[in-house]
Write a protein that binds this ligand. Structure first.
Ligand code: PSU
Ligand code: MN
Length: 307
């Protein structure tokens, strides 16, 4: 008999047993989205932020082929610091397990695993989406198609501003993924507060989001995710001019370097972090921590019986 079953960290097993709120967290931001050594510190800060709100963090990733929901500190440190940690989307999970790989899970893989584990709320930084010039490269993140069939709330700051935001919103509509702004009906652009597009719905409190979760469960119609877009306050965003310059430069380096596929997102993020001398990194960390806090509040509200 083989056994590739999902493993649960002890803290997550206890929380599930007692019916306490759990928030899923991804590991690609740790291994591939943030530079060393900040990534390890931030990974712990994210978990602490979730705990401070009374929820249990379940960081998801793969260690030696074991798919783990609720990595412990040593496992998180390993994914943060080891060389050669794979970036795993959903399609990679079984192959990586069979090869006994170490891997970090993307939004797509983390949401799919979290939903399989019965976790309803997930916090990340920015969603993957349709890349600029996707009409030529066909580069659209598997985050989108996976979320079409995954009943989970993803708290994010919109899609990364390195993407084609308008095209991504169109694809989310086609794919049946719900989108709501948190406290706004403008869709944020990750590093920048306003991504330039309206959304149809605004939700204003963790309780309102918990009601959406309940309505979806009661209706039992459709299986798509809810993307809850939580913008940074304007005074905390990356300076929009600096943002636009850095992005233009990054995109031309990308073209010159012939960088494609799953290397694109990590390349652009690290270009931002280097060429803004850490300003974008600070913003990125702020985004993730704010989303972790909101996700934890939603998980707590969803675990509290509605009155
Ligand atoms: N958000 C961040 N930093 C990241 C990512 C999201 O703040 O590094 C990661 C997520 O794991 C997302 C992935 O799923 O980037 C998208 O990669 P791609 O475009 O190759 O699908
Ligand atoms: Mn891609």
């Amino acid at each position: 008999m083989t056994d590739f079953a999902i493993r649960y960290g002890e803290h997550v097993t206890r929380a599930r047993r007692d019916g306490r709120p759990v928030v899923a967290l991804e590991s690609t931001i740790i291994s591939h989205g943030l530079p060393h050594p900040d990534n390890l510190r931030v990974a712990h800060e994210i978990e602490q932020t979730v705990r401070d709100q009374g929820a249990t963090p379940a960081t998801i990733g793969m260690i030696g082929g074991e798919l783990v929901v609720g990595l412990d500190d040593a496992q998180i440190e390993h994914l943060a610091l080891a060389e050669g940690v794979a970036k795993l989307s959903v399609r990679d999970l079984a192959v990586a397990a069979a090869r006994r790989a170490d891997g970090a899970t993307t939004v797509a893989a983390t949401s799919a695993v979290a939903a399989a584990a019965g976790i309803g709320v997930f916090a990340t930084g920015g969603l993957g989406g349709v890349h600029r010039e996707a009409n030529l490269t066909f580069d659209e993140s598997a985050d989108l198609t996976t979320l079409a069939g995954t009943p989970i709330v993803v708290v994010c700051a919109g899609v990364k501003s390195i993407l084609d935001v308008g095209a991504t919103l169109e694809r989310l509509e086609t794919l049946g993924v719900a989108v709501a702004g948190y406290g706004t009906k403008r869709f944020p652009g990750f590093f920048i507060t306003d991504g330039g597009f309206d959304v149809d719905w605004g939700l204003d409190s963790p309780e309102q989001v918990a009601d959406v979760i309940r309505a979806r469960a009661d209706h039992n119609v459709g299986a798509g995710a809810l993307i809850l877009a939580n913008p940074l306050p304007v005074d905390q965003q990356l300076d929009p001019d600096l943002h636009d310059r850095t992005l233009a430069e990054g995109l031309s380096l990308l073209a010159r370097g012939g960088i494609t596929g799953k290397a694109v997102t990590p390349f652009l993020l690290s270009h931002f972090h280097e060429s803004t001398e850490g300003q974008s990194l600070e913003v990125n960390v702020r985004i993730i921590l704010r989303n972790a806090e909101l996700a934890a509040k939603i998980a707590v509200a969803a675990a509290t019986p509605a009155t």
